[in-house]
Write a protein that binds this ligand. Structure first.
Ligand SMILES: *Cc1c(COP(=O)(O)O)cnc(C)c1O
Length: 369
């Protein structure tokens, strides 16, 4: 997933590098602290969270997922050696990584199969939860990296509520679509998550590094992470400081690039840019469908499309990626779905045009022979 950045956000990062505010607590940088609180508030509101939701900016989706899982583990007081976490066969690898870091053995991850649409099968999830001794949390994905599939969030939220399970939605890529009136419907149920990851450095058009983690009950973060050293005693205020809501003490002012992006372009322009990325992958899907001997893995979803040339084997698809790069014209990536290799495009850059897509497909056709 590319990071289509914008010039205003680059200026914001330049200011941050120059002023170098300490983002850990209010006392040392009240302006940045307030602005981070406000910006997180915008994102939480757009995602349909209640007023008591809260969160903070972190380095990326991997760190957001880790932070959320630690808070979930503490909130539920689970023993990692006993609890079960539910993921799908399309869940991002950062969840397995985070689980390992925070002490869940590999056997704690129950991998639920996905259907033809690459979304988690709710019947399989319900059956697994029924069977297990200590179900703890479900990790649902709001737009998978492979195909843009969205897990059935509403039904998963229903199941989690009925069984008292923590619901974490990994929306590192796709949750940004909550800003679009047209795209939001596909993410119905996301607003019921206990915790959410969302990366502005993927689909809110800021440069690296910029992700956020939001907890439905914001106080969970400080409950989990607040530890005061003796030399930090004089900074305690009414509101928890960001240094007490996550892993980092010294932290940069990542909120400014998101805040300035919204202030300068406006939420409507951002929604339009998100819609454009979705439309571009749909355009690409319609072109691939019209190409003889080429297939789609699934319909385009959330600006992502996986496709392949029927006559080529897996190695030839891997080679095709490099041959396309060698043209210096375009680049697609590849992925593996159900044991076969597929080409994969993510069209979230609003500067990509339908013509770019057409030329990319023409080059692929030519190179595929
Ligand atoms: C990209 C991505 C991540 C990891 O985010 P980073 O910012 O690369 O750490 C996690 N989950 C999903 C669904 C992603 O697309």
């Amino acid at each position: 997933i590319p990071s289509p950045s914008n010039f205003i956000a680059v200026l914001a990062d330049t200011l941050v590098a120059g002023f170098n505010p300490f983002g850990g607590n209010w006392l040392e940088a009240p302006g940045p602290h307030e602005l981070e609180r406000i910006t997180i508030g915008w994102i939480a509101e757009a995602c349909g969270f209640p007023a008591e939701a809260s969160g903070l900016f972190v380095s990326g989706g991997s760190m957001a997922n880790l932070t959320a899982l630690v808070a979930a583990r503490e909130a539920r007081g689970v023993d990692p050696r006993e609890a079960t976490l539910y993921v799908s066969d399309q869940t991002h690898a950062s969840i397995a990584k985070a689980s390992r870091v925070i002490g869940f053995p590999e056997s704690a991850l129950r991998v639920i199969p996905t259907g033809d649409d690459f979304a988690m099968r709710i019947d399989a999830l319900a059956a697994a939860v029924e069977r297990d001794r200590a179900p703890f949390a479900v990790i649902a994905t709001a737009a998978t990296t492979n195909t843009g599939a969205v897990d059935p969030l509403e039904s998963i939220a229903e199941l989690c509520a009925a069984r008292g399970l923590w619901l974490h939605v990994d929306g590192a890529y796709g949750a940004a679509a909550m800003f679009s009136d047209r795209a939001r419907g596909a993410l119905r149920g996301l607003e019921r998550a206990d915790s959410l990851s969302l990366d502005p450095h993927k689909w809110l058009f800021t440069p690296y590094e910029c992700a956020c983690v939001i907890l439905r009950d914001g106080s969970r973060l400080a409950d989990t992470f607040a530890r005061r050293a003796d030399y930090l005693r004089d900074v305690a205020g009414d509101e928890p400081d960001f240094q007490d809501m996550g892993v980092q003490l010294t932290r940069s002012f990542r909120a400014l690039k998101v805040w300035m992006t919204f202030q300068v372009f406006g939420a409507d322009a951002i929604a339009e840019a998100i819609d454009a990325g979705i439309a571009r992958a749909e355009h690409m899907a319609s072109r691939v469908e019209a190409m003889d001997g080429w297939s789609l893995a699934a319909p385009a979803s959330m600006g992502i499309l996986a496709f392949r040339c029927d006559a080529l084997d897996d190695d030839a698809h891997a080679a095709l990626v490099h041959r396309l790069v060698d043209t210096h014209e375009a680049m697609v990536s590849s992925t593996v779905l159900r044991g076969r290799r597929w080409l994969r495009a993510c069209t979230n850059n609003p500067r990509t045009t339908d013509d770019d897509v057409d030329r990319t497909l023409a080059a692929l056709r030519r190179l595929a022979g």
